[in-house]
Design a binder for this molecule. Structure first.
Ligand code: ZN
Length: 106
């Protein structure tokens, strides 16, 4: 039974590569272009792409696409810098789209 006590993980929906942990969810209230997304305090086994400035609903942010390190699928993005004071808490955090991650080990 000890195996069932491990952390609840999320994996890439294509290759099941473990990319984040349920305990690291900061917010489930994010909206991505194709549906809901979760904000995570960190992610693992991902590759962060080049930075770019994007105008989002909540203002100007510097973001970078986040790719699965195994299959290269884009899973979401990382907030590198937020320019609005109220959005600063997102800096260094990851948004992963809900339909691109699957529950592993739950
Ligand atoms: Zn993958």
């Amino acid at each position: 039974m000890a195996d069932l006590a491990g952390p609840r993980l999320y994996g890439c929906y294509k290759c099941q590569n473990h990319v984040c942990c349920h305990d690291d969810i900061v917010s489930k209230a994010f909206q991505a272009s194709r549906g809901r997304a979760f904000l995570f305090s960190h992610a693992t086994n991902v590759v962060v792409g080049p930075k770019e400035d994007r105008h989002l609903i909540t203002g100007l942010h510097t973001v970078a696409d986040v790719h699965c390190c195994d299959c290269g699928e884009v899973l979401g993005w990382k907030y590198v810098k937020a320019y609005e004071e109220l959005q600063k808490y997102k800096e260094g955090k990851f948004v992963l789209e809900k339909f691109k991650i699957v529950k592993v080990n739950w």
